[in-house]
Write a protein that binds this ligand. Sequence first.
Ligand SMILES: Cc1cc2nc3c(=O)[nH]c(=O)nc-3n(C[C@H](O)[C@H](O)[C@H](O)COP(=O)(O)OP(=O)(O)OC[C@H]3O[C@@H](n4cnc5c(N)ncnc54)[C@H](O)[C@@H]3O)c2cc1C
Length: 425
Amino acid sequence: MKVAIVGAGIIGVTTAYELAADGHDVTVFERHGAAALETSFANAGVVAPGYVTPWAAPGMPGKVARYLFSRHAPVRVCWPVAAHELRWMMRWRSACNLESYLANRARLQRLAFYSRDRLHRLTEDLQLEYDHSRGYMVLLRSERDRKLVQPGLQLLRDGGIKFEEIDAARARALEPALNPDTEFLGGLYLPDDEVGNCRQFALLLKNQAQALGAKFEFHCAIAPLDPAQPTSLRITREGDAAPTTSARFDAVVVCSGLASAALLRPVGLRVPLAAVHGYSISAPIREPLNAPRSGVMDDRYKVAISRLGNRVRVAGSAEIGGQPNRKRPEAIRTLYKVLQDWFPGAAQLANTGAAVQEWKGARPMMPDGPPVLGATHTPGVWINIGHGSSGWALACGSARVLADLISSRAPDLDIEGLGVERLGG
Ligand SMILES: Cc1cc2nc3c(=O)[nH]c(=O)nc-3n(C[C@H](O)[C@H](O)[C@H](O)COP(=O)(O)OP(=O)(O)OC[C@H]3O[C@@H](n4cnc5c(N)ncnc54)[C@H](O)[C@@H]3O)c2cc1C
């Protein structure tokens, strides 16, 4: 089948690889000049399936309200808030009941475990060499933090997920560079989880897809789908004298992150996606002995610190509303504070010229949590969108499922609740 993919983020690239591996004639269109330049660019890199949970959870609305008055709040509503963001918040609020939470959590975790297996299989079979390290630790500063994670631990036990409750001494043995001056209670250690560089993986897998015949057309923006001819794409090539051309395909897969909602609106699909912004800083490691060995998460500030090769990345914050292109200095300061608290000597922060990268990204988030993937009601139009805060952890599995569905094969995964029917009429 002749298949077009719109978007070369981690979701579009993994989808392109799986479809090309199945023998389809694949063309990926990307408006930027390279893959993974938007949300897949500098995320925390955490792949921790047991921790992939919906943000629409019982008790969350109260927490968000309390955070409004906190300086280092991990979640924030920023001014201005657009009408579609207000509608999103109302849908999010109504998905915070226990029944919806448990159903969405089960859907996400099934997909996350399946995805991790697929990530490992691809890494091994294709010998992909990208920066990654095994093990993930959740750091708990106080008894209060420990109490707050207890309900989540029961869910990890119920799911048969391997983890250890550890004291501070064991945490220091596992991560010897933890600041000796920072007092804390202990944490959780998940030996099977990992951190990895999402962008590097995307670039390597793109090469593999190309080796299988997939074509990547960069600097090509796709217009919203035409309801009369939805699989005929209108393509604007940057720099062309005759700017817009069109090309017809047997199938189109929309993997366009946040922009997906606008592309799909003309064919009658209303996807309640909102941008939940976050930040990361990435810096060269100054002294490896002072740097983390793998990934840690400060549970109080919801900030992850990841070892990615010879760099350390610190990522966190969740903001809805505000100005997309403005980096909020307080959010960035929180990242530096958390890095300083745990690994003060890890990063080369001064005298590096442009080497410290400060980044803001927009998670393409569904209000209830899980992504939406599969066929739409429009023949030939498929979607793989809305992976929110876990697109890297969910990408390889989502792509495999999508490729199976396009080839009319039953996926090796229960996909109840992941299809367009969840969006309602
Ligand atoms: C601070 C932060 C930390 C995160 N940490 C983690 C983490 O630890 N683990 C994890 O699993 N996930 C994490 N995430 C989430 C993860 O990064 C996203 O879920 C994932 O990158 C989404 O991938 P995507 O391919 O859907 O979107 P994108 O990467 O945004 O890709 C979409 C692509 O489509 C292209 N496009 C859009 N419209 C068009 C058009 N009309 N024509 C052509 N091209 C188009 C865009 O240019 C873009 O390249 C984090 C996100 C943030 C912001």
